[in-house]
Ligand binder design. Structure first.
Ligand code: SAM
Length: 187
């Protein structure tokens, strides 16, 4: 059976991340991706995770502690647009993931936005290792979602093909705006 965009995002991450790597969860939420990444990098690696909502940090910290994965994470209560200041420029990142949209069962007004997403992407590309991947799972059915999807599409299409391979993965016959996945791989 074909994988959902969310499942496929994990497949793409698993293919490149190794124990000891440094990676980013740009939208921590309830910490599902943070925990997945922390497992892959192991106790010698590091996951930087960002979110603007305190609730996200509380939920994620609880999850990681229960799973014994807290030590290999740095949870930041700040927007991913601060990534350029939070992560030293010489750090070589293997991968990053964004789940763009709002946190389910939470405040639907707190959504990711095009200008902050772009700023984070610029900082990530500058730190991405060769063969490293940035993955965006874009939910766009909510107010403001279409603008964010447009930004990600435009940003992706402008990446030079000599430097990046860019993939989209989308179910085109499904109702209710299923998320669209984008993957940038550095050559
Ligand atoms: N990956 C998450 C999980 O596993 O539960 C779900 C992420 S949810 C779709 C989007 C998250 O982005 C929300 O928790 C929201 O608070 C967060 N967010 C919104 N603006 C942000 C920003 N500028 N920087 C970082 N996170 C942001």
């Amino acid at each position: 059976m074909l994988q959902t965009a969310l499942h496929f995002s994990h497949t793409l991450l698993k293919e490149v991340i190794q124990v000891g790597d440094i990676v980013v969860d740009a939208t921590m939420g309830n910490g599902n991706d943070t925990a997945f990444l922390a497992e892959l990098v192991g106790s010698t690696g590091l996951v930087y995770a960002f979110d603007v909502q305190e609730k996200a940090l509380i939920n994620t910290e609880k999850k990681l502690t229960e799973l014994g994965l807290k030590d290999q994470t740095t949870l930041l209560h700040q927007g991913h647009e601060t990534l350029g200041e939070a992560i030293p420029e010489e750090t070589q990142l293997t991968a990053a993931i964004f789940n763009l949209g709002y946190l389910p069962k939470s405040d639907k007004q707190v959504i990711t936005k095009p200008d902050t997403t772009k700023k984070a992407l610029d900082a990530l590309l500058a730190r991405l290792k060769p063969k490293g991947r940035i993955i965006l799972v874009v939910y766009y059915g909510h107010t403001g979602g279409e603008a964010e999807l447009a930004l990600v599409q435009e940003y992706s299409q402008k990446l030079p093909q000599e430097e990046y391979s860019v993939l989209t993965y989308q179910f085109i016959n499904q109702k209710n705006n299923p998320p669209i996945l984008f993957c940038f791989e550095k050559k």
